[in-house]
Ligand binder design. Sequence first.
Ligand SMILES: [Zn+2]
Ligand SMILES: [Zn+2]
Length: 223
Amino acid sequence: MIDRLLQIVAPHHCFECGKTGDLLCPNCKYDIVEDAFSGCIVCERPTANGICSACRTTYSKAWCVGDRTGSLLQLINVYKFERAKAAGSYLADLLDASLPVLPPDTIVVPVPTVPSHIRVRGYDHALLLARLFAKKRTLRTSTCLKRYNALSQRGLNKNERLKLAEKTYTCKTQLDSSVPYLLIDDVVTTNATLRFAARALQDAGATEVWVAVIARQPLDKQG
Ligand SMILES: [Zn+2]
Ligand SMILES: [Zn+2]
């Protein structure tokens, strides 16, 4: 495993242009951020807040770096499946560069990862991403959001995902209604997770819930 890790993290080559030194060089990072996704993260229609009024059910703002293709796809795959924590800081950088200035009392909340995925990867990818991003912005993080069940959405269709997600997230802590909560996840597929994770925060007292994800991958475009 050490060998495999070394092979991935050193030497680094930019996933986009191949230049040595970084998994994503500053120029290519700039291009991704310049070209950041700006529509509704659910239906892609143009909207100012990342979620259009027709798709808005729980959270009121959303940000997404881009579609899960090209170098974003590769960075996320390395991050999620090859255990290279190095990729995490590049993803946090991309989030940092793609999101506006947030109120200083914003609380960053990772979407809880399926326990079996944490065991396989050796770390919790959403938690790590949330912490890296919060550190860059000097925001607080909270792991107040928990899972009721340990079931994965992998392999399920849209309706099955919705049904499962509705019964997956809970927040037992009483939340502060005066501060915004920013949910963080790496990939949005059907919006089932974000929708019900946001609802769990609202059920616990949050009034303003926003979401930030690295990439969009609609279910019909899964490879
Ligand atoms: Zn590059
Ligand atoms: Zn929409």
